[in-house]
Design a binder for this molecule. Structure first.
Ligand code: UN1
Length: 512
């Protein structure tokens, strides 16, 4: 196969221009973006300086002071229109995600679908920002809990979900009465430009409908670390939602804590699955294959560790190894390929050094080699690797953002569960079993210690309705579904006295 005749720079420009992005925002700048599909440069963006970032934050704060006064269901209307604009742009934006990140077509489109889903969720939520009424010990009093907007919210996103992560945060933050300031990954700023333009379209329609909205509701900051640091340090940013590596979270979290700002951290995962003796092996095979090889192993929910019961090990593992050898690796824009490229050379090198470390620790590696295509020397495709490990040591305890699946044999369920939890990360997890005791224990308080624990499906591919996030080094944040909205609001407890006396709580007397 040749990738030489793909002109992705031209196609990128066409998509951006069709989506209403002005060419000066992606040409002639200093931030070069390459498509991992061919390795070719597809854009050069002007970057924000730290001073421009500071100015943008002040403006986003000023916008917040107005936006918080708009009734929540009316704020929901803007998010409804955003969902409509995303539906209209789904094919183009999905394609751009595939070009900029290297996702196969259905996954590029799937990412945009997640954006649409969170918009729908946000619209419903805009009429459900409920507080409580609480019994009080005092006569003629009422206690209640109310929820209020927080401010200008910082969003730092990673390359692997370049647009969906923004929407999980922004759809809820906007409905909750906040404004947003987004710093996308330096590797994927083009899709961010596209999303910003789609948002502006929704906003124009919102205003055309007769609604009022301030300027600077949603701000995009293009740049590197310095720009991110401004977001983290600025006193007018009360919450930063940051998705990325645990190392990034370790840098960002304490700095936010230092100024008593909130953080919502979505960091590394080292997700595992247990395959019990009663598992449906056909279903397990498909579940494992998608979770471990899908998105070229570059989801934070990617399956990285597999514990297989010794009674089914010799049936399942050879079948898996076969799937690893036959899975189609190649141009993600071409139908039929299931595994696209790694994001860049650095990712490839980290994968190779983890495989070397696994070998030194006694691992038996199948796959993992580079797959080269004519005309694309700077694209980094790999055959996914499956590694039989004698024990959970060395690289097995780390997150390598690449398609490596470490497989280990077990005989005792409780020991498998102990090993499952014995890593620093705690994002997502699965068990494949038809034994209801194993399934229930896995999701119980003595089971998986992750934020997501599934039965008979893999750990990746979470839906919008549930809260998304994990424990331990994953950072503890929850986004998107369930009551994740509370992270974007502040809670007030209110006591109302409608009587003519002033009884004090706890029977305290203070008569002056
Ligand atoms: C991520 O990889 O950053 O559950 C998020 C999933 C997706 C989200 C992944 N819905 O795999």
């Amino acid at each position: 196969m040749t990738l030489a005749n793909l002109n992705l720079a031209a196609e990128t420009q066409k998509i951006l221009s069709d989506l209403g992005v002005k060419s000066e925002s992606y040409t002639g700048g200093t931030l070069a973006v390459r498509s991992p599909v061919t390795g070719a440069e597809i854009g050069k963006l002007p970057e924000h300086s730290a001073a421009a970032a500071t100015d943008a934050i002040e403006k986003a704060h000023a916008a917040f002071l107005e936006w918080r006064l708009v009734p929540a269901p009316k704020r929901g209307e803007l998010v409804r229109l955003l969902g409509e604009e995303l539906r209209a742009a789904k094919t183009a934006l999905g394609r751009l995600v595939s070009i900029e990140v290297g996702k196969i077509t259905s996954e590029g489109l799937g990412e945009v679908q997640e954006m649409i889903d969170i918009c729908d969720f946000g619209v419903g939520l805009s009429r459900q920002l409920y507080g409580l009424t609480i019994a009080t010990e005092r006569a003629d009093h009422r206690m209640m809990e109310t929820w209020h907007p927080l401010g200008a919210i910082g969003i730092i996103s990673a390359f692997n979900f370049p647009v969906a992560v923004w929407s999980w945060n922004a759809a809820l933050a906007l409905v909750c009465g906040n404004t947003t300031i987004w710093k996308p990954s330096e590797k994927t700023p083009l899709t961010a430009l596209a999303v910003q333009s789609i948002f502006e379209k929704a906003l124009s329609r919102y205003i055309a409908e007769g609604n009022t909205a301030p300027q600077n509701l949603s701000t995009l900051l293009i740049g590197g670390r310095e720009v991110g640091e401004v977001l983290v340090e600025h006193e007018k940013v009360p919450l930063v939602s940051a998705t990325g590596s645990t190392a990034m979270g370790r840098a960002v979290g304490p700095r936010l804590a230092q100024r008593f700002a909130r953080s919502l951290l979505e960091l590394g995962g080292n997700n595992a699955a247990i395959v019990g003796p009663s598992a449906d092996l056909d279903l397990t095979l498909r579940g494992v294959a998608f979770a471990a090889m899908g998105t070229a192993g570059q989801r934070c929910t990617t399956l990285r560790r597999l514990f297989v019961h010794d009674s089914v090990y010799d049936t399942l593992v050879p079948r898996l190894a076969k799937a690893y050898q036959s899975v189609t690796v190649g141009n993600p824009l071409e139908a039929g390929n299931l595994v696209g490229p790694l994001i860049d050379k650095g990712a490839f090198e980290r994968m190779q050094s983890s495989l070397d470390a696994a070998k030194s620790a006694g691992g038996k590696v199948i796959g993992g080699e580079r797959v080269e295509f004519d005309g694309a020397p700077d694209a980094f495709y790999v055959r996914p690797a499956i590694v039989e490990m004698p024990a959970q040591t060395g690289p097995v305890r780390e997150e390598t953002f690449a398609p490596i699946l470490y497989v280990m044999k077990y005989s005792d369920f409780h020991e498998a569960l102990r090993l499952h939890n014995d890593v620093p990360q705690g994002l997502s997890s699965s068990i494949f079993t038809n034994d209801m005791r194993e399934a229930e224990i896995f999701v119980s308080d003595r089971g998986s210690d992750c934020g997501i624990a599934n039965v008979n499906i893999g750990p990746s591919g979470a839906e919008i309705g549930g809260a998304f996030g994990g424990e331990k080094e994953t950072g503890g944040g929850r986004e998107s579904g369930s009551d994740a909205w509370r992270a974007y609001m502040r809670r007030a407890t209110n006591t109302m006295n409608y009587g003519r006396t002033l009884p004090l709580a706890q029977g305290v007397k203070f008569d002056v």
